[in-house]
Write a protein that binds this ligand. Structure first.
Ligand code: COA
Length: 182
């Protein structure tokens, strides 16, 4: 039986084994890996599929933002991936279940903009749409990419043009009021 669960710290090594099997070594050369390199996945949005003690599926999100090239405005987003299922168990619905669980959890947590690099023919079933690389670009990207985006609300909040940057920008917090002298 396959069960679905939040990723926990001791899943890390098992997930690496799964990613090696699903993507091979070449994964480290992908633009998505470059973007995620120094950013931790969000614990509350990282899920695994388990078959007994074995991790057979994984999906993660990392925080990113897009800086609008025209207006300088910054828009937060989630970068989805990697999504992978053990080769022996692919096409049994595990990837789809992980995607729906992750997207529902992201929506319930109030997130709106989801980005990923992947095959439109797979991700269109979840509502993703292609984004022109002339508008929003992966860092260091040359030429066309496979960037896809999904809005979890009824409005489209992504800027018309900009570059994806790892992490969320620091929120500006009001200065603490020093009441000690009062
Ligand atoms: C992509 C992946 C996560 C899907 O997981 P899964 O459990 O096999 O997916 P599901 O069972 O929910 O869906 C299977 C369907 O997706 C299709 N599919 C799988 N990968 C696809 C791809 N890259 N492009 C288009 N369709 C794809 C299958 O042909 C199957 O189609 P069917 O329903 O018409 O038979 C899995 O195949 C995988 O780990 N692949 C290797 C790593 C990878 O490519 N990750 C995604 C980056 S694009």
């Amino acid at each position: 039986m396959i069960t679905y669960d939040h990723e926990v710290p001791c899943d890390g090594a098992k997930i690496e084994v799964l990613l090696d099997a699903a993507f091979g070594d070449g994964r480290f050369l992908k633009p998505s890996y470059h973007l995620r390199r120094d950013t931790k996945p969000l614990d509350q949005l990282s899920f695994v599929a388990r078959s007994g003690p074995t991790v057979v599926g994984t999906v993660r999100f990392t925080p990113v933002h897009i800086k609008d090239r025209l207006f300088g405005k910054t828009v937060r987003a989630l970068f989805l991936g990697p999504l992978a299922v053990s080769p022996a168990l692919q096409s049994e619905g595990i990837g789809g279940n992980l995607m729906r669980l992750a997207l529902e959890t992201a929506k319930a947590a109030g997130h709106n903009n989801i980005l990923l690099v992947g095959d439109y023919s797979y991700y269109q079933r979840f509502g993703f749409k292609p984004v022109s690389s002339r508008k929003i670009r992966m860092p260091g990207q040359q030429g066309e990419n496979r960037l896809l985006a999904l809005s979890l609300s009824t409005y489209w909040a992504l800027p018309q043009t900009g570059e994806i940057i790892a992490g969320w920008p620091q929120e500006r917090t009001p200065h603490a009021v020093d009441r000690s002298a009062a």
